[in-house]
Design a protein around this ligand. Structure first.
Ligand SMILES: Nc1nc2c(ncn2[C@@H]2O[C@H](COP(=O)(O)OP(=O)(O)OP(=O)(O)O)[C@@H](O)[C@H]2O)c(=O)[nH]1
Ligand SMILES: [Mg+2]
Length: 245
């Protein structure tokens, strides 16, 4: 659950805005009516916003990669603010997509609000190793890869730089993706430590978050979604040289 402070400043988005009444109006449209968690909009549906709230949407494709049982599916649930559950914790077959929306306000003079649509691609470990076509398909117009590693699995952590390199080679050089690392299962026996995470972060300039899917709630999801949105926005700025409009 502890958040390692990464080196990159988080000032492109207004991270406090999400707690305002204005943001609350957007959240109403993207959350479950009865539970304090985000809804999974399938590809066919989008949130219904009242006329005064309609804003531009930007869509991002986010891949989750990691060994079976590393906690990819659980992490997506956590990012939706869903309570941790071991019920139905089966290995993911094939690719499971989850589409959530997240509103952001940009720290520019005119403070524009945008709706980000985050398409999470949960790459069930079994499928990604067995079918090459899924691999190349999933790399197409990719915006972010979240590398998920269990805190008990040092081998995967050691192999991570090679894996990241491999993925970068597969991807278009004109549209680089953002890399994030989530080390999960911090509530359990952990061989990876905070200093491992810090060292990796310094050496490769890739943020590493120590995380436990067990303590998920909407407040935690909010801070991580803001972070993810910030990274995506920063990538866009670097890519186009100008703010979203
Ligand atoms: N204690 C603890 N258990 C976790 C955590 N994250 C996931 N788990 C459990 O670990 C098991 C595997 O988690 P999943 O999220 O299904 O793993 P996955 O990466 O989606 O696995 P595949 O779909 O097979 O690729 C499940 O029983 C989860 O409940 C965590 O942070 N802490
Ligand atoms: Mg899974």
């Amino acid at each position: 659950m502890a958040l390692i402070a990464d080196h990159q400043p988080t000032t492109l988005l207004d991270h406090q805005w999400i707690h305002t009444d204005q943001a609350g109006e957007y959240l109403k449209a993207i959350k479950d009516r009865n539970d304090n968690q985000l809804r999974d909009f399938s590809l066919l549906f989008s949130p219904v916003l009242s006329a005064g709230l309609v804003v531009k949407q930007y869509r991002y494709k986010i891949l989750l990669i990691g060994k079976t049982g590393s906690g990819k599916s659980s992490l997506i649930r956590a990012l939706m603010g869903k309570e941790f559950s071991t019920v139905n914790a089966q290995p993911t077959l094939g690719v499971q997509t989850t589409n959530v929306y997240w509103p952001v306000r940009i720290n520019q003079p005119n403070k524009p609000v945008f709706m980000f649509r985050l398409d999470f691609w949960d790459m069930g470990h079994m499928s990604s190793t067995r079918f090459d076509y899924i691999d190349s398909d999933s790399m197409d117009s990719l915006d972010m890869i979240i590398f998920v590693i269990s805190a008990a699995d040092r081998d995967s952590f050691t192999e991570l730089p090679t894996l990241i390199d491999e993925k970068r080679k597969q991807c278009s050089t004109t549209r680089p993706f953002v890399s994030l690392v989530f080390i999960t299962k911090f509530d359990q026996f952990a061989v990876l430590t905070e200093s491992d995470a810090k060292e990796f972060q310094t050496r490769y300039n890739i943020p590493v978050y120590l995380f436990s899917n067990v303590y998920s709630n909407m407040r935690l999801a909010t801070s991580y979604l803001n972070l993810i949105a910030e990274k995506l926005y920063k990538r866009d700025l670097e890519l186009t040289g100008q703010p979203l409009s």
